[in-house]
Design a protein around this ligand. Structure first.
Ligand SMILES: Nc1ncnc2c1ncn2[C@@H]1O[C@H](COP(=O)(O)OP(=O)(O)OP(=O)(O)O)[C@@H](O)[C@H]1O
Ligand SMILES: [Mg+2]
Length: 253
């Protein structure tokens, strides 16, 4: 479905060094150490409350870790001296609930970031938006408002919006879990296409078959700790820990 290969030229590895985060007295992330090579796709799995969303939010500074450091390439995103706008433009995030502006067309939703943050002139930002909408198979819906689109189409607009910022890394927080089952496939297909491109992806997901097929690396989080990680055929089919075995027995593989 993605028509322009090599669209994303910059890509970076992502490194977590001793990252911990508590809310009140509860430790939500507990000494996370992780290296995700540039251009790879990592699926983050784990039970509800295990810290997946919190971990993603720390990467683009929607949350600040209490200790530890996170690097995206040479940029230390946890360094308070790095402007938030830089962090947010280098690292895209796609949420469960799309978060599109309802009063703006698909094209305007996508061109807003390039115009406001990347300071592109209106005409170039619109061109960029149309290119990214084509890329997710929605070229003909550029003038549609979010409510005129299906949930799957809205989520693809949200992906186009993130791509239009030319991020070094893209984070997905359960991007299909708010969708009707018949709309899940079209979003996963776009993500699978992206996984073949030179962009670093982290996907928090309950879609185990997607993880099995698409991930280079699967990370199992439980109680804020990385319990197992490795290629999907190892982590998903030959789990070693009791916690992962128990988790996998409860989800559909
Ligand atoms: N801003 C916050 N203030 C207080 N507690 C929070 C906050 N954000 C998250 N938590 C708590 O941190 C824990 C981990 O939450 P998180 O959303 O990271 O888990 P998750 O793995 O993404 O779960 P799910 O699969 O349900 O999305 C949960 O117990 C949650 O209630
Ligand atoms: Mg979550």
């Amino acid at each position: 479905m993605i028509q322009e290969a090599g669209e994303t030229s910059l890509t970076s590895d992502i490194r977590f060094e001793h990252v911990s985060k508590s809310f009140g007295r509860r430790r939500i992330l507990d000494d996370i150490n992780l290296l995700l090579p540039a251009g790879t796709t990592t699926c983050l799995i784990g039970p509800s409350g295990s810290g997946k969303t919190t971990l993603l939010r720390c990467v683009n500074r929607l949350e600040t870790p209490d200790s530890g450091r996170i690097f995206v390439g040479a940029i230390e995103v946890t360094d308070p001296h790095i402007p938030l706008s830089q962090v947010r433009s280098e690292i895209g995030i796609v949420f469960q609930n799309f978060n599109l502006f309802p009063h703006l067309s698909a094209a305007d939703n996508v061109s807003l970031g390039p115009r406001v943050v990347r300071k592109l002139p209106q005409s170039e930002a619109t061109e960029e938006a149309l290119r990214q909408l084509e890329r997710v198979g929605l070229g003909q819906f550029a003038a549609s408002r979010p409510l005129q689109l299906s949930g799957g189409q809205q989520q693809r607009v949200a992906i186009a919006r993130a791509l239009a910022m030319k991020p070094r890394a893209l984070l997905f927080d359960e991007p299909t879990s708010a969708l009707d089952p018949e709309l899940v496939h079209e979003v996963l297909e776009v993500m699978e296409d992206l996984s073949r491109e030179e962009i670093t992806l982290i996907v928090a997901t309950h879609e185990m078959r997607f993880a099995q097929r698409v991930a280079d690396n699967v990370v199992f989080l439980d109680g804020g700790q990385i319990v197992e990680q490795g290629p999907p055929q190892q982590v998903l089919t030959s789990p070693t820990s009791t916690r992962l075995k128990s988790f996998l027995s409860r989800v559909n593989l």
